[in-house]
Ligand binder design. Structure first.
Ligand code: NAD
Length: 364
């Protein structure tokens, strides 16, 4: 693939710690880009509560245009107590939904890894989680969250879980493509023993595997069993592919494995422009205090670099995170006696230094 020499990033810091952590992510991305010989052009735009305060809407047209015009979107988080009384389209989160819709991303990627240095921060025993490195691929634009008919009549309410073969085929393809770049194993999660829609899901995933990816391995798990196995033997999973509802729940379950929300990145891809954002919210309880962990945002930046076709720069960023953790640097969420306390900015700077050093050490 030919690499571009510059990339346009739409930067949407949003609210609360969204700015604290994405500032650090951008600083790391800029440094890594410079050391690697490519440029980033960053265009800051409003979203969420900050956009409501300034423009009266949570997703202004200018933001939408800038995102669609960019090569990638880096988002912080939206929301906070100031806007909690707002309803409907006046809620900050409505801006996020509008953004996701505008970008049309149908695949949500949530990697969960537990480096050895953090295994003792997990709520699970360290020997169970140490070395976990899994990727959840969640279908994002279909399933029961969007299925029609839906409604409430009298004393009844109903939603519809609906998938077409084409929708399952394209998300399965994303999962197999990632497995090919990773350890070659896909676990497809459904509820095919009860749901007809899951039977179609399973049939299509099986067909995509047989027709296009028979050299990779595939297993199917029912969602209830999958939830148990992710907790019992997380290290055995490589890529997990599942629908919107099951993915929502499983990805939050898996998010508890590393011991802090501040470690978990995400990407939503498949549309014209990818969206990269930490999994956590705006954490108003610690905003602006230097306590936020920037790693989730920084690793979201690494996913962005991968998607932009800059895997070597992405590897440097991930190395930076691992090196800073391995030498004992911890933000407030993970700090304990015997480790080195780092503010949000100090953690970002340490990761940046290691990442740049990594690039400079690799022979050209
Ligand atoms: P949250 O993720 O903001 O915070 C949950 C807890 O985790 C808090 O104690 C917080 O201090 C901690 N935390 C989160 N990120 C951290 C980080 N990087 N470093 C250290 N600690 C971190 O969830 P919440 O408190 O339920 O929601 C707060 C606001 O964020 C609400 O307005 C909610 O609607 C919004 N929210 C936004 C998004 C998003 O923008 N994608 C996602 C979830 C929640």
């Amino acid at each position: 693939m030919t690499q571009a020499s510059s990339y346009r990033i739409a930067w949407l810091p949003g609210d609360g710690i969204g700015r604290d952590v994405t500032e650090q992510a951008l600083a790391v991305l800029r440094a890594v880009a410079e050391a690697s010989g490519f440029a980033l052009h960053v265009d800051e735009q409003l979203i969420g509560g900050a956009a409501l305060d300034e423009t009266g809407v949570p997703f202004p047209d200018a933001t939408c245009e800038a995102c669609l015009d960019a090569d990638a979107v880096l988002l912080g988080a939206v929301g906070g107590p100031k806007w909690d009384a707002n309803t409907g389209a006046q809620r900050p989160e409505s801006g996020l939904l509008q953004l996701r819709k505008a970008l049309g991303a149908f695949a949500n990627l949530r990697p969960v890894s537990v480096p050895d240095a953090l295994a003792d921060a997990s709520p699970l025993r360290s020997e169970i989680v140490a070395g976990t490195d899994l990727l959840i691929v969640r279908e994002l634009t279909g399933g029961i969250y969007f299925g029609e008919p839906r409604g409430r009549t009298g004393d009844e309410a109903y939603n519809t879980m609906r998938y077409s073969e084409a929708e399952v085929d394209r998300i399965a393809e994303v999962a197999f493509a990632w497995a090919r770049k990773r350890r070659g194993h896909v676990t497809s999660v459904d509820k095919a023993n009860v749901l007809v829609v899951s039977q179609l899901w399973r049939d299509v995933v099986t067909r995509v595997h047989a027709e296009r990816h028979a050299d990779l391995s595939l297993e199917h798990l029912y969602v209830d069993n999958a939830a148990m196995q992710v907790v019992r033997r997380p290290r055995d999973f490589d890529v997990i592919v599942t629908g919107n509802l099951f993915g929502d729940i499983l990805s939050d379950l898996a998010a508890t494995l590393p011991g802090s929300l501040g470690l978990l990145p995400s990407a939503s891809v498949g549309g014209p422009v990818g969206l990269f954002e930490p999994v956590h919210g705006s954490a108003p309880d610690i905003a602006g205090q230097g306590k936020a962990n920037p790693i989730a945002a920084i690793l979201s930046g690494a996913m962005m670099l991968d998607e932009l076709g800059r895997p070597e720069a992405a590897r440097a960023v991930r190395h930076g995170v691992e090196a800073a953790l391995a030498e004992g640097y911890r933000t407030a969420d993970l700090w304990r006696e015997g480790l080195t306390y780092a503010s949000t900015d100090e953690m970002g700077a340490r990761i940046r230094d290691h990442a740049v050093q990594f690039i400079n050490q690799v022979p050209a």
